[in-house]
Design a protein around this ligand. Structure first.
Ligand SMILES: [Zn+2]
Length: 238
């Protein structure tokens, strides 16, 4: 199995910089794309699209379609799209994947449905005509333990993380949005805007257990300092 780390977003303001997560991994049983980033069509808006609550604008500098092309991967061949949650920076290009089944928590689907008519950007609404597998709890994607979804309710009811076991690089745990920055993880800081504080604390414990059991590295997807250290696609981790 191999794994490419796609760098999708360099925000307009560096202070709260967080790269948008999207990773693509290919095993013998097909490909899974973890997160689809913010919409590629924002590429044509150089200053980006305003986010909420004073956060940095959503800016696209390296569109997902181009990165997949560099990897020689046709979007229609992606078998699964795993969504950490239903926020715009994780669902932006879902429509691109005409052959995929979407993997998300049932609780997240219900949460997204419930917010469908709130005043939000059109692109921030999860809409798909693709089959959706509504998961309740953890899920072993390929049935061989190499790619496992770990339920980590926190910022939203159905946030999820992803454990990937690579033959050479070892186990990597992709955080999802249960934690955004290394400092927050080191000090176990629960942000004020999470969906549920107790569930977030429990998900911190769960992450720590998964890390210990699998001797995994924790990759915090929105942490810019961490992301800057990663080798981005078209390089593959193996
Ligand atoms: Zn996010």
């Amino acid at each position: 199995m191999k794994y490419a780390h796609l760098g999708l977003l360099i925000p307009a303001f560096l202070a709260a910089a967080s790269p948008a997560p999207a990773q693509q991994m290919t095993g013998r049983q097909g490909s899974l794309l973890w997160g689809t980033g913010i919409p590629d069509k924002f590429l044509h808006i150089p200053s980006g699209v305003p986010s909420v609550g004073g956060r940095p604008n959503w800016v696209v500098t390296n569109p997902l379609a181009k990165q997949l092309e560099q990897l020689d991967i046709k979007p229609s061949t992606i078998r699964y799209v795993g969504l950490a949650n239903s926020h715009i920076d994780h669902i932006g290009n879902v429509a691109m994947f005409s052959g995929a089944t979407i993997l998300m928590q049932r609780a997240e689907w219900d949460f997204a449905e419930g917010r469908r008519f709130e005043g939000m950007l059109d692109e921030a609404r999860l809409r798909t005509d693709r089959p959706v597998m509504k998961i309740e709890g953890d899920y072993d994607v390929f049935g061989d333990g190499t790619v496992q979804i770990i339920a980590t309710p926190s910022v939203t009811p159905g946030n999820q993380s992803l454990l990937v076991k690579l033959p050479k690089s070892g186990a990597i745990l992709l955080s999802g949005d249960v934690i955004h920055f290394q400092y927050g993880w080191d000090h176990r800081i629960v942000p004020g805007n999470v969906w549920n504080k107790e569930k977030t604390v429990a998900s911190f414990r769960r992450l720590a257990d998964v890390i210990a059991q699998n001797n995994a590295q924790l990759w915090i997807e929105h942490d810019k300092a961490q992301s800057d250290k990663r080798r981005l696609s078209p390089y593959f981790y193996q």
